[in-house]
Each structure stands twice: as C-alpha cells, then as structure tokens.
Design a binder for this molecule. Structure first.
Ligand SMILES: [Zn+2]
Length: 73
C-alpha cells in the first residue's frame, strides 16, 4: 500500500463536519462553518444515513459527500 498523500484538487472539506464542497464555496452548505481544510483523503457518499452503518460509525446524520480524513498541515 502506498503511503503517499493523495489529495483532490478543486474541492475542500469543512473542518467541522467534513462535508466536501467546491473550493469556491463561501460557506459549508451543511453546518454553515467558514473553516475549511484543503487537504483531505478519502470520500464517502451518504445517501441514507439511517440505513448506512458506515455513516452511523462516522456519526454522519445528514445525506451528503464527506471526507474520510482531514490532513493536517
Ligand atoms: Zn460543515
């Protein structure tokens, strides 16, 4: 397994709730936070949080696209 850090450019993740959004978004559409992380890894798409055990494990309650891991700079 590679240990190289891979990030997706053009998108950023909310520092508070990990929602992934385009880099030009002014505010997080999920929680309204204005703090973002531009380096993150992995992505999870939650369609039905009630039925997804991964969403439950990650504590995600709303449908959306989330980063799995925020990379500290
Ligand atoms: Zn947020």
């Amino acid at each position: 397994m590679s240990t190289r850090k891979r990030t997706l450019s053009g998108y950023k993740a909310c520092k508070r709730c990990k929602t992934v959004m385009p880099e030009d978004a002014k505010q997080c559409p999920n929680c309204g936070s204005e703090e973002f992380v531009f380096k993150w890894r992995g992505m999870i798409v939650v369609i039905d949080p009630q039925k997804s055990c991964i969403a439950k494990r990650l504590g995600l309650e709303k449908p959306g696209i989330y980063a799995l891991e925020l990379v500290e700079e």
